[in-house]
Design a protein around this ligand. Structure first.
Ligand code: 10D
Ligand code: SF4
Length: 315
C-alpha cells in the first residue's frame, strides 16, 4: 500500500559526527572512571555536547568549570579543547592526579605558539573570543605576546609594535572560507607574516564543512546536530546557509521545528564533531514518523585517523 506520508529524500553528509580527538577525550573519561572509580572530575564539558556529558555523568563523572572546584585527592581530566599552562601547574602543586584530554591537534597549535615566541615573533591568533580553546592557547604564551583577531575588520584595526616580525596561528574549528579571507587580509597588510606549518584548522572541521558544501545544492533544508556552544557545529550551519540552504542547529530530535521544516522534497543532515551518531539515528526516526523517508549517505572523504590514549590509562 502506498504511504500516506509525504516523501522525503534525506541526504546524510559523510564524514559527520565524532572526530578522532572527541573519541579519544570521551574514552579517557570512561577509562579514568574504570581505573580510579567514581567520581572522576572533568574540568569543562569534555566535549561540547549535552548528551555526551549527561551519559558520562551517569557513569560517575563530575563536571566543573574551574580546578578550584575539584576536591583534594580526586582525579581530574582536562577537556579536549585544551587548558592554559597554569591549569596543569596548579593541579601539580595540589598533588592532584590529572589526565589531559586535549586533542593532539590542539596541542600541536600550543607547541607552535611556544616555538614562535621563542624565536621572538608576535603571534596574531585567528579565533573566537572567549572560546575555551582560545583561552587555552593564549595560556601557552606570556601575556601580551599574542593578539586575537576575529574578523577582517580586526585585521585593519590592530597596531602591532613590530609589523615585520609577526606570525599567525588559528583555532582548529574555524570556517575554512572566513579564515582564508582573514589570512588574505593579514598577508596583504603584513607581507612578511609567517604562516603556520600546515593548516591549524583540523582535518575533521574542514572535511565536515566540505561534506556540507557537497550536498547543499541538492537540499531544500539542512539540519545540523550539535550544541549551541560547539564552534565546529555552528560553522556547519553557516556553511549551509552561505550555500543558500536554510539550516538549523538542533541538539536532538525533540528540537526539530516542524513548522520551519515544512514539507521539503529533500533535507540535508549532518552532525558536528562532538555529536554522537545515535542522535543522527534519533533524528532519522523522528523524520520517519512524519515522512516517507528515503535516506542516502553522500560521502565526501573517508576518515581513518585515530589518536593514542595516554600511557597511564592503557598500561
Ligand atoms: O566548540 P568546539 O567545536 O571547539 O568543540 P566541540 O567540543 O564541539 O568539538 C570538538 C572540538 C574540539 C575539542 C576543539 F578542537
Ligand atoms: Fe581535534 Fe579537530 Fe576534533 Fe577538535 S575537531 S577535537 S581539533 S580532531
Amino acid at each position: 500500500m502506498p504511504s500516506s506520508r509525504p516523501p522525503l529524500q534525506v541526504i546524510i553528509a559523510a564524514p559527520r559526527g565524532f572526530c578522532a580527538g572527541v573519541d579519544r577525550a570521551i574514552r579517557i573519561v570512561e577509562l579514568a572512571i574504570e581505573r580510579y572509580g567514581a567520581p572522576v572530575y572533568v574540568r569543562h564539558e569534555i566535549v561540547h555536547n549535552k548528551f555526551v556529558v549527561d551519559r558520562l555523568r551517569g557513569l560517575g563523572a563530575v563536571f566543573v568549570e574551574e580546578l578550584e572546584e575539584v576536591p583534594d585527592g580526586v582525579p581530574v581530566v582536562f577537556s579536549a579543547h585544551g587548558v592554559p599552562k597554569s591549569v596543569p601547574a596548579a593541579a601539580q602543586d595540589r598533588g592532584l592526579d590529572y589526565l589531559d584530554a586535549t586533542c593532539p591537534l590542539v596541542s600541536k597549535v600550543h607547541r607552535q605558539a611556544e616555538r614562535l615566541i621563542e624565536t621572538g615573533r608576535h603571534i596574531i591568533f585567528i579565533g573566537h573570543a572567549g572560546h575555551p580553546e582560545v583561552i587555552g592557547t593564549f595560556g601557552q604564551v606570556p601575556e601580551g605576546s599574542m593578539t586575537l583577531v576575529e574578523t577582517i575588520e580586526d585585521v585593519a584595526r590592530i597596531e602591532p609594535a613590530d609589523p615585520e616580525n609577526l606570525a599567525f596561528l588559528t583555532q582548529t574549528t574555524l570556517s575554512v572560507d572566513d579564515t582564508s579571507a582573514i589570512v588574505g587580509a593579514l598577508q596583504a597588510r603584513f607581507p612578511s607574516i609567517r604562516a603556520p606549518r600546515g593548516e591549524d584548522i583540523c582535518y575533521a572541521t574542514s572535511n565536515r564543512q566540505a561534506a556540507v558544501k557537497q550536498i547543499a545544492l541538492r537540499c531544500e533544508r539542512m539540519l545540523v546536530i550539535g550544541a549551541p556552544n560547539s564552534s565546529n557545529s555552528l560553522r556547519l550551519v553557516e556553511v549551509a546557509e552561505r550555500e543558500g540552504v536554510p539550516a538549523r542547529l538542533i541538539q536532538r530530535a525533540s528540537e526539530i521545528d516542524w513548522e520551519w521544516l515544512g514539507q521539503p522534497a529533500s533535507l540535508g543532515l549532518t552532525a558536528g564533531a562532538s555529536a554522537p551518531e545515535v542522535l543522527v539515528q534519533e533524528v532519522l526516526e523522528a523524520l520517519g514518523t512524519r515522512f516517507d523517508v528515503h535516506a542516502e549517505e553522500a560521502e565526501h572523504t573517508r576518515e581513518a585517523l585515530t589518536f593514542k590514549l595516554p600511557r597511564e590509562l592503557v598500561a
